[in-house]
Design a protein around this ligand. Structure first.
Ligand SMILES: *Cc1c(COP(=O)(O)O)cnc(C)c1O
Length: 390
């Protein structure tokens, strides 16, 4: 019998390279492959499976909503859609009356909405950080610095200026009265978790204000409790004009959102933008279930405590030169370029991790990861590095 990997190769476009595993089932932070092997999922669908796999609250919310009202066009609204918009405004700290939400189906679409929104300022320049990742559609790709992603698709939408992440002087030099927006990730996830230096977001806010530009924070990976806060930028006290979210928002059900704060919430007007599926009642019910569970189960505190424990445990090995991140968005640097081997050794030991760069490992496990699973990984870690000859 031909394997699913062979059938995949014959029928699915080769955009991701060959799939490493055929996964068949998940429960909590654990997944099983087609050969019956069990893994602790320390990647969580790349920061998506906030509640892990098969969480009863998420299953119940999606099932009930689909039975009740599965889809309506955007000529109409639904209760979950309005409730979720209100809830997101509350979580971002402004509340109803303090902004407006546009719903999408993915992260890149949330950024497309935000990109179009910035054009409604009458300006076109966007200043973005190097090593950023903002998505793969043409607009979001134009805002993403990675040359290998961009080059095959040029020309991309223009007037995008890249500056080194964390460099306030470079940002100040790049932003002018022609700048529509500054776009930053508070933590750069795809790059292997780069954390903004203390004061960087506040400086970006001040520079944006000086020139009448918008401050747009991409919290698609860092938001929705991942860092132990609802949004990674909240502890800074900085109030952005735009926040984009997706990934963990639906806990595995596809949904994203572009949150416009204050006047930025009024820039897109009828006819300016749209989507058939965005704001779908089932997706919104999923997101509401994720948020409610994070609240009811005190997951923000759990994420903060467990994340610190994991970072401390990983840093104890001398073959790890640096551990970065907040909560359960964790990046670490290895002494050698062995991350691909570390990934394979971890998988053989029953743990799914990500190699962000040749030297960097990224972890973004479900927010419900148990202390036992974290301890098992930390106990296995030195032997994983031995096997990988890290
Ligand atoms: C994943 C990601 C995106 C793109 O989201 P998709 O849902 O894959 O389109 C954009 N920005 C950041 C910071 C991300 O991590």
């Amino acid at each position: 019998m031909t394997s699913y990997q062979d059938r995949y190769a014959a029928s699915v476009m080769n955009t991701f390279g060959p799939p490493a595993l055929v996964l068949t089932r998940g429960e909590g932070a654990h997944v099983w492959d087609a050969d019956g092997n069990e893994y602790v999922d320390l990647l969580g669908g790349i920061a998506v499976n906030a509640l892990g796999h098969g969480h009863p609250a998420l299953v119940e919310a999606v099932t009930t909503q689909l039975q009740t009202l599965g889809h309506v066009s955007n000529f109409f609204t639904s209760e979950p859609q309005v409730e979720l918009a209100e809830k997101l405004l509350e979580l971002v700290g402004v509340g109803v009356g303090g902004g407006k939400v546009f719903f999408t189906n993915s992260g890149t679409e949330a950024n497309e909405a935000a990109f179009k929104l910035t054009r409604r300022t009458g300006r076109t320049q966007v200043v973005v950080a190097q090593d950023s990742f903002h998505g793969r559609t043409m607009g979001a790709l134009a805002l993403t610095s990675k040359e290998a992603y961009r080059a095959p698709f040029e020309p991309l939408p223009g007037d995008v200026t890249f500056v080194p992440f964390g460099d306030v002087d470079a940002l100040a030099a790049a932003v002018t009265g022609e700048t529509a927006a500054i776009l930053l990730e508070p933590l750069q996830g795809e790059a292997g978790v780069n954390v903004a230096p203390e004061g960087y977001l506040a400086a970006a806010r001040a520079i944006a204000d000086e020139h009448g530009a918008l401050l747009w924070l991409d919290e698609i990976q860092s938001g929705m409790g991942r860092t132990g806060e609802w949004f990674a930028h909240l502890p800074s006290g900085v109030r952005p004009d735009i926040v984009t979210v997706a990934k963990g928002l639906g806990g595995g059900f596809p949904i994203g959102a572009c949150i416009g704060i204050g006047a930025a919430g009024e820039l897109l007007q009828p006819g300016n933008h749209g989507t058939t599926f965005g704001g779908n009642p089932v997706a919104c019910a999923a997101a509401l279930a994720v948020i409610r569970t994070i609240e009811d189960d005190n997951l923000l505190e759990h994420v903060t405590v467990l994340g610190q424990k994991i970072r401390d445990g990983l840093a104890a090995d001398p073959r790890v030169t640096e551990v970065r991140g907040e909560g359960l968005l964790i990046g670490l640097d290895l002494v050698s370029e062995s991350s691909a081997d570390v990934l394979l050794a971890a998988r053989r030991a029953g743990f799914i991790v990500n190699n962000a760069t040749p030297r960097r490992i990224r972890l973004a496990p479900p927010l419900i990861l148990s202390e036992d699973d974290a301890n098992a990984f930390l106990a296995a870690w030195p032997a994983i590095l031995d096997e990988a000859k890290a």
